[in-house]
Design a protein around this ligand. Structure first.
Ligand code: ADE
Length: 246
């Protein structure tokens, strides 16, 4: 039984791909899927592309063609809740599509036909990722100081997704007011969650906060992705896989 690990953009998955020993590549729907073994688990690593449709298609491919037992999404997100800072890590316990709105036919955010807006992540994988993040964040990390990051924290809770890169103070305030318990915003997790619910597969979401989803000029997004976020994804996923076999 195989575990899928997905990111939207190449730099988000690069560090994890670099430690995948056997690299059997299969291309489906223009996406490269890399099969191998990590920390005693059969895994398939793949890039979805950015956005909910790309993530949903990728999740469906992984369920149909790779018979995965669980799916994990990792990459970056914008911090929403107060105290969720650049360099922190968020493990999604629930996911919601903030741009889903079929009202007045259905309540705002509810996915028509499912009776719900919030999709719960697998408690075991979320717990393992949070435990692993705690271990990794407590270790010194060479690149953090150059981004002015001190004592990064792991948060667990609601992650929201939509087909927008949130980059204005007004938009992020509107999201915080509408969904006060949302910790972070990104563009794929809740789409993965919906497809996983359809297929009855557990899922988990692990995000490093790259920005505050506002109009502040970001430090250096590509360098942050490569030097911090990709390394956190690798180290936290590897630690969680090791905990899962322990
Ligand atoms: N991923 C990283 N930062 C984001 C943001 N501000 N909005 C949406 N997705 C993101």
């Amino acid at each position: 039984m195989t575990l899928a690990i997905i990111s939207a953009m190449p730099p988000e998955l690069a560090a994890l791909l670099a430690v995948l020993p056997t690299d059997q590549v299969q291309i489906v729907a223009g996406r490269k899927f890399h099969r191998g073994r990590l920390a005693g688990h059969d895994v398939v690593l793949g890039l979805s592309g950015i956005g909910k449709v790309a993530a949903a298609a990728t999740a469906a491919i992984l369920c149909e063609r790779f018979a995965v037992r669980a799916l994990m999404f990792t990459g970056v997100a914008g911090g929403l809740a107060e105290g969720v800072k650049v360099g922190d890590v968020v493990v999604g316990c629930e996911c919601l599509q903030h741009d889903m709105d079929a009202s007045p036919l259905f309540p705002r955010w509810e996915v028509p036909g499912t009776g719900r807006a919030r999709f719960a992540a697998d408690a075991r994988w979320a717990g393992l990722l949070a435990q692993a993040a705690g271990q990794v964040l407590s270790q010194p990390h060479a690149a953090l100081a150059s981004f002015g990051i001190q004592a990064p924290q792991c948060h667990q809770g609601l992650v929201i997704s939509g087909d927008r890169f949130v980059s204005s103070g007004a938009e992020s305030l509107a999201l915080r007011q509408a969904l006060p318990d949302a910790l972070a915003v990104e563009m794929e997790g809740a789409a993965l969650a919906q497809v996983c619910a359809d297929y009855g597969r557990p899922f988990a979401v692990l995000r490093t906060i790259s920005d505050r989803a506002d109009d502040q000029a970001h430090v250096d997004f590509p360098r942050f992705l490569a030097d911090v976020a990709a390394e956190y994804s690798r180290d936290i996923v590897m630690a969680a896989l090791a905990l899962a076999t322990a």
